[in-house]
Design a protein around this ligand. Structure first.
Ligand code: FAD
Length: 310
C-alpha cells in the first residue's frame, strides 16, 4: 500500500511524485505512458529557464528526476477505476486494467488531456510540421506567416485573436453557421484587419509538400463546393478532452469532464487530489502542470500528517 498514489506520469504527476518522495513518504506512480503529452511535443520554448528543449528530452529528464527517489513507477499501466475510501482517512483503491488493485491513503489524479483531432487526411502526417494545437506554445513559430484556426468556439476565437498579433494572416474556419464564442470575443475578432472568418465550412484535407504544410481544403457545407487556402500553419482548436472518463461517478467533474479542484488541489473526495490538464485549472501548460503537481503533493502531505497512525 502507498501513502500517495499518483495516477499519470506527465509533468503534473512527475512533479507530484518528486515532492512527496522528498517528504520521505511511500509514493507510487501509475502511468499509461510516462511523459504524457510532452512525448508528442517537438520544440518547447516556454519552459522557463530553458530557452529551447524538445518533448522527448524533457520527458526523459522528468523520468530521470523521479527515478532519483524511491518512487515505485508502474509505467504502461492504465488505471480503470477509483474506489474512494468509505471514511475520511481510510484506504482509497485504484483498479488497473491488468486487474491489479492498489491501495493508498491519498491519491493524486493527473491523467492529463488530449487535443481533439480533425481526423482528415494530412493532419497526422503534418503534426508539428505546420499542424499545431497550442497557440501559446507554437504561435511565435509562425511569425509573419499565414495560418488557419479550426474551430469558432472560445478557444478558437481566442487563438485567432492571439495569433493575429503575431502572424501575417489568420483564416478562422467554423463548421457551424455561426461562431460559438462569447460576443465580446467575436466583436474583437471582427475588428482585426488580418483575419478572415469562414462559417459553415468543413475542413477536408491538410495539404503539404512532404516536409511542411502548404495549405488546406474546406468544403462549403451549403453548396458542397471545395475551396483551397494557401498557408503555412493550422491551429486545431476543436476541444481539449480531459482523460477522466474512468472517474465518472467517483469524483465531481465539471460539465466538460474536468476534475473539480479547490485552491489546494483537492477534489470532491477528501484525500483525493488532482493536478494538471485533467482538472479545472485555467490554462493548460507544462509549467502550470508542474506547479499544480507540487501543490497537490504538498496538500496530500498536509492531509497525511494529520491522519492517525494505522
Ligand atoms: P499529460 O501530459 O497529458 O500526462 C498525463 C499522464 O497520464 C500520461 O502519463 C498519461 O499516459 C497518463 N494517463 C492518462 N490516463 C491514464 C489512466 N487511465 N491510467 C494511468 N495513466 C493515465 N505546453 C507547454 O507549456 N509548452 C509547449 O510547448 C507545449 N506544446 C505542446 C504541444 C503538443 C503537441 C501538445 C499535445 C501539448 C503541448 N503543451 C505544451 C501542453 C502540455 O504538454 C500539457 O499542458 C502538459 O503535458 C500537461 O501535463 P499533465 O501532467 O497534466 O498531463
Amino acid at each position: 500500500p502507498f501513502e500517495v498514489l499518483v495516477i499519470g506520469g506527465g509533468p503534473a504527476g512527475a512533479a507530484a511524485a518528486i515532492y512527496t518522495a522528498r517528504k520521505g513518504i511511500r509514493t507510487g506512480v501509475v502511468a499509461e505512458r510516462f511523459g504524457g503529452q510532452v512525448m508528442d511535443t517537438m520544440g518547447i520554448e516556454n519552459f522557463i529557464s530553458v530557452p529551447y528543449t524538445e518533448g522527448p528530452k524533457l520527458a526523459a529528464a522528468l523520468e530521470n528526476h523521479v527515478q532519483e527517489y524511491a518512487v515505485d513507477v508502474m509505467n504502461l499501466q492504465r488505471a480503470e477505476r477509483l474506489i474512494p475510501a468509505e471514511r475520511p482517512g481510510g484506504w482509497h483503491e485504484v483498479v488497473l486494467a491488468n486487474g491489479a488493485s492498489l491501495k493508498a491513503r491519498t491519491v493524486i489524479l493527473s491523467t492529463g488531456a488530449r487535443w481533439r483531432n480533425m481526423n482528415v487526411p494530412g493532419e497526422a502526417e503534418y503534426k508539428a510540421k505546420g499542424v499545431a494545437y497550442c497557440p501559446h506554445c507554437d504561435g511565435p513559430l509562425f511569425k509573419g506567416k499565414r495560418v488557419a484556426v479550426i474551430g469558432g468556439g472560445n478557444s478558437g476565437v481566442e487563438a485567432a485573436i492571439d495569433l493575429a498579433g503575431i502572424v501575417a494572416h489568420v483564416t478562422l474556419i467554423e463548421f457551424d453557421a455561426s461562431l460559438r464564442a462569447d460576443a465580446v470575443l467575436q466583436a474583437k475578432l471582427r475588428s482585426l484587419p488580418n483575419v478572415t472568418v469562414i462559417v459553415s465550412a468543413l475542413t477536408t484535407e491538410v495539404l503539404g509538400d512532404g516536409a511542411r504544410v502548404t495549405g488546406l481544403t474546406w468544403e462549403d457545407r451549403a453548396s458542397g463546393k471545395i475551396h483551397k487556402v494557401e498557408l503555412e500553419g493550422i491551429f486545431v482548436q476543436i476541444g481539449l478532452v480531459p482523460n477522466t472518463e474512468w472517474l465518472k461517478g467517483a469524483v465531481a467533474l465539471s460539465p466538460r469532464g474536468e476534475i473539480e479542484i479547490d485552491q489546494r488541489g483537492e477534489t470532491s473526495i477528501p484525500g483525493v487530489f488532482a493536478a494538471g490538464d485533467a482538472t479545472t485549472v485555467p490554462y493548460k501548460q507544462i509549467v502550470i502542470a508542474l506547479g499544480a503537481g507540487a501543490t497537490a503533493a504538498l496538500s496530500a502531505f498536509d492531509t497525511l500528517i494529520r491522519l492517525p497512525a494505522e
